[in-house]
Design a protein around this ligand. Structure first.
Ligand code: GLA
Length: 420
């Protein structure tokens, strides 16, 4: 008996991230907020209001339109789901008109489709939208309520509380979720409320108590918003990049591909950069009406393989050229890597010439490079072979680069890894 217990104790002691075992690769799914906000007007807008039928619709789409197989498994509720008052026992309850079956039934529905359900709360007096908040004294009760409903993930926002409440409340919620015995992934908005940087933010602690965390401002439906997020992550990468790893992720916020603010080039850029950043891939869009070209971006298999690389190392911006071109790189498993050549130019396609050695690759090998969006493969790249990528304005060229010698001789390199 003692022999069995001993290694478990050791493991628990040395765990470097929240040891609920969840989210070893960046989580994927759907989250209501950016697209559907706090639309509670079900009388005039029944299809698009925050209600159980909206989440059931999205669960249906995730399960039936090829999303689930690719890893998009969470269906996540955001703000404005609750009734304006707690019940007589102090528990949070859903709005009875918009969630007449209750959250437990919704969780069962989502689970029956092979998906997971996420919910939203706010450490503070009110949620950001003015619904009942989770003050420190309510943390344990709310954790138990969510577990009793069969919820799989909690996003804990931070409106209407001060820094000392947050310093107590976030670690307490982490413990309370673990104490329920139900695996519930924990998304913390805490750092976003403290400016996202040390000394006010302690990323070591966050990695111990949260599976993911928002660092920066909310995304909105515009290219400016996406650009400002990418540039902030690039600027502060020395702090942010080492904080991420299996089970603990920086969250630059939702994917807005499929909404109204991004062109196709911009959508490709958001997807590529989010994969390089090892970011959670939570779409906030309308999966009932999304167009084919946007689905293709979000369902790109090679991109998702890059996002979900098992090493879980966040990528870095390795070059920032004066002409508004950035080069980003993510180190992947099996001596492979991904590059994103990203343009914030507004004139015409830009021809960027480089070589692997200029991109800091040093392994003395011959590589192939596959363009993630076109599928085209270039073979025989030596470290000093020059190659040129043509990057559209606001667009990206993303390459998956792999050594040719890692493949068995009877398998021609060009048979692999064409996943498109
Ligand atoms: C904050 C969060 C958003 C969203 C809203 C809900 O602004 O950062 O992601 O959850 O609150 O009111």
């Amino acid at each position: 008996m003692e022999l069995l217990v001993f290694p478990l104790v050791l493991l628990a002691h040395f765990a470097l991230s929240l040891d609920n075992g969840l989210m070893r690769t960046p989580p994927m799914g759907w989250l209501a907020w950016e697209r559907f906000r706090c639309n509670i007007d079900c009388a005039t807008d029944p299809k698009d209001c925050i209600s159980e039928s909206l989440f059931m619709d999205m669960a249906d789409r995730l399960a039936e339109d090829g999303w689930k197989e690719l890893g998009y498994e969470y269906v996540n509720i955001d703000d404005c789901w609750a009734a304006k008052k707690r019940d007589s026992q102090g528990r949070l309850v859903p709005d009875p008109d918009r969630f007449p079956s209750g959250i437990k039934a919704l969780a069962q529905y989502v689970h029956s489709k092979g998906l997971k359900l996420g919910i939203y709360a706010d450490l503070g007096k009110y949620t950001c939208g003015g619904y009942p908040g989770t003050t420190v004294d309510k943390v344990e009760l709310d954790a138990r309520t969510f577990a009793s409903w069969g919820v799989d993930m909690l996003k804990l926002d931070g409106c209407y509380s001060n820094s000392s409440d947050k310093a107590v409340g976030y670690p307490l919620m982490s413990k309370a979720l673990n104490a329920t015995g139900r695996p519930i992934a924990f998304s913390c908005s805490w750092p976003a409320y403290e400016g996202g940087l040390p000394p006010r933010v302690n990323y070591t602690l966050l990695g111990e108590i949260c599976n993911l965390w928002r660092n920066y401002y909310d995304i909105s439906d515009s290219w400016e918003s996406v650009q400002s997020i990418i540039n902030w992550y690039g600027k502060h990468q020395d702090v942010l990049q080492p904080a991420a790893g299996p089970g603990r992720w920086n969250d630059p916020d939702m994917l807005i591909i499929g909404d109204f603010g991004l062109s196709i080039e911009e959508s490709k850029s958001q997807m590529a950069l989010w994969a390089i950043l090892a970011a959670p891939l939570f779409m906030s869009n309308d999966l009932r009406t999304i167009s084919r070209s946007e689905v293709e971006i979000l369902q790109n298999k090679l991109l998702i393989k890059i996002s979900q690389d098992p090493l879980g190392i966040q990528g870095r911006m390795i070059m920032q050229e004066k002409n508004s071109i950035q080069v980003w790189m993510r180190v992947l498993s099996s001596s492979t890597m991904a590059f994103a050549f990203f343009s914030q130019r507004t004139d015409m396609p830009y021809r960027y010439t480089t070589s692997l050695i200029q991109l800091n690759v040093t392994a003395p090998k011959v590589f192939s490079a596959q363009d993630v969006y076109t599928g085209r493969v270039q073979h025989g790249l030596q470290l000093d072979t020059k190659f040129t990528v043509t990057i559209n304005p606001s667009g990206v060229v993303m390459l998956y680069v792999y050594p040719e010698d890692q493949f068995k001789p009877n398998r021609r390199p060009r048979d692999y890894p064409l996943l498109l």
